[in-house]
Design a binder for this molecule. Structure first.
Ligand code: GAP
Length: 470
């Protein structure tokens, strides 16, 4: 759906990285993100996570699950199917309303999302549906300055056929949001867990949208992963729940290292609200390409449960034993993207420094987000006793955390490589280690080195990791 337009001067707050290309090339070079199907020329708006990227994204999802399920008494998890009964998407309003304004050039026939055209920055949500908008704003094709068609709505859902017969009756949709799985399972979850309102259902999973103009690397993709939580409340409890979740969700990004000055809230104007929302406020991040939505907090009222109850004939009311009332719960949703969050942590962690006249690139990840927590490095790879200690230490560390061994360069270069991928600690085994059973731990950020007993290394790193979380 439409990402919110920028409402204030985007340059008032500087991005962590000026040029997105810096992040794209680091991602490719070091194995965070690769273009999908690259040997065939790639496929637009699908990206593959490499060895480091998959660790980063798993860390993002784990941290979200910890905050939203593990540490909460009032929220439980769910993993619903990507394919659902097609009626779900009719009832949810997605078949009718989940669309973006598309325009086409009369000469080169390229297609664009209206609100992404140069000159369309100030368009309101009403302008986006106005058939005269192209003339009024004198918009032309950015490719060849050709005439553009009036906007038409383009539905973003991917569809396929279920079963061996490909006809209208066998159409199913790839879900465009995880939320509907939580609504249609509301009763199952509530009854099986005996949760009392207010309580939430959290899900992490793939969603699919046939975006008209995907781009900005993994910011807007056609296949992506969401981390969504639906909080079911009494109708009169929705405003307070909404106000409660908003700061918590912003604080989550800050807890894991995103600079507070590059985060802000932006409320959706009434004519900009999604078809299900009574109120929506985005947590926005200052990306290199402007302030953009990172996560949305939505008051969805009783739109979803009410519509599903009506369309399915199932009674989705909740009985409140305290007040002896029956009612359809209202929903406050926190809707985040795992890819967009990982992208944000990656951008915000990037820094370049000068150390003794040389450039040092560092990903200053929060330790919980770092793909590798520790690297074990031999000072001399030709000494089998040193390598042997390294290998045994790595194997022991790897029982509890992601640890890597590397001996493919001199120690200075090995440190720089680990800095560039954000490894918080390096452990070096040297000749003296053979005598004193001690090793050197180097801190990524301060570059300080300390000598510690070999047998205490693992506990030290586990303690530091735990401390970073507290
Ligand atoms: N259930 C509500 C919902 O889906 P949304 O604002 O459309 O709300 C929630 O999406 C989050 O999902 C966004 O804030 C963003 O982080 C992520 N997201 C949405 N579309 C995306 C896309 N095409 N590529 C990557 N992430 C996307």
């Amino acid at each position: 759906m439409t990402d919110a337009p920028t409402t204030t001067d985007p340059n008032a707050v500087a991005p962590a990285v000026d040029n997105l290309e810096t992040i794209v090339s680091l991602s490719k070079r070091r194995g965070f993100v690769f273009p999908s199907s690259e040997i065939y020329g790639g496929i637009n708006a699908v990206w593959d996570y490499g060895p480091l990227g998959v660790e980063l994204k798993n860390n993002v999802k784990r941290a979200w699950w910890r905050a939203m399920v593990q540490e909460r008494e009032d929220i439980v998890g769910l993993d619903a199917g990507i394919l659902m009964h097609p009626q779900v998407w009719v009832t949810s309003g997605h078949v009718g309303s989940f669309s973006d304004p598309l325009v086409e050039c009369g000469t080169c026939h390229r297609r664009y999302r209206l609100d992404e055209l140069p000159g369309a920055e100030g368009l309101t949500a009403s302008d986006l549906t106005d058939p005269t908008v192209i003339e009024r704003f004198k918009l032309v094709c950015p490719n060849d300055a050709g005439p553009l068609s009036a906007p038409r709505r383009f539905n973003l859902m991917f569809q396929t056929y279920m079963g061996p017969v490909q006809d209208e009756a066998s159409i199913v949709y790839f879900r465009p949001e995880t939320a509907q799985g939580s609504y249609v399972n509301f009763k199952n979850v509530q009854q099986s867990t005996r949760k009392k309102i207010p309580f939430g259902i959290a899900q992490i999973g793939k969603s699919f949208r046939n975006e008209i103009s995907p781009g900005n690397f993994v910011f807007r993709m056609r296949e992506f992963e969401q981390m969504e939580m639906q909080y079911f409340v009494r109708p009169d409890g929705a405003p307070a729940a909404f106000e409660g979740w908003l700061p918590q969700r912003k604080a989550w990004y800050e807890q894991y290292g995103v600079s507070p000055e590059r985060l802000r809230f932006r409320e959706h104007a009434p004519d900009e609200l999604a078809h299900y929302a009574k109120k929506a406020i985005d947590v926005e991040y200052r990306f290199p390409f402007g302030w953009k939505e990172l996560e949305g907090v939505h008051n969805r009222g009783d739109f979803d449960l009410g519509s599903h109850a009506k369309a399915s004939g199932e009674n989705l009311e909740y009985f409140d034993p305290a007040t002896e009332e029956h009612f359809i719960p209202w929903v406050v949703e926190t809707a985040a993207g795992a890819d967009r969050a990982a992208f944000t942590f990656l951008i915000d962690a990037y820094r370049e420094e000068e150390v003794r006249g040389e450039k040092r690139v560092v990903l200053g990840f929060h330790p919980e987000m770092a793909p590798y927590k520790v690297a074990v490095l031999p000072l001399l790879k030709k000494r089998p006793e040193i390598v042997d200690i390294c290998r045994r230490l790595r194997a022991d560390l790897a029982k509890d955390l992601m640890a890597v061994y590397d001996d493919t360069a001199a120690i200075g270069k090995l440190y720089r490589r680990q800095d560039e991928i954000g490894t918080p600690w390096c452990v070096t085994v040297d000749v003296e280690s053979l005598e004193d059973s001690a090793v050197t731990i180097r801190d990524r950020d301060s570059m300080a080195q300390e000598r510690v007993p070999l047998e205490g290394v693992k506990q030290l790193i586990l303690d530091r990791l735990a401390a970073s979380r507290a």
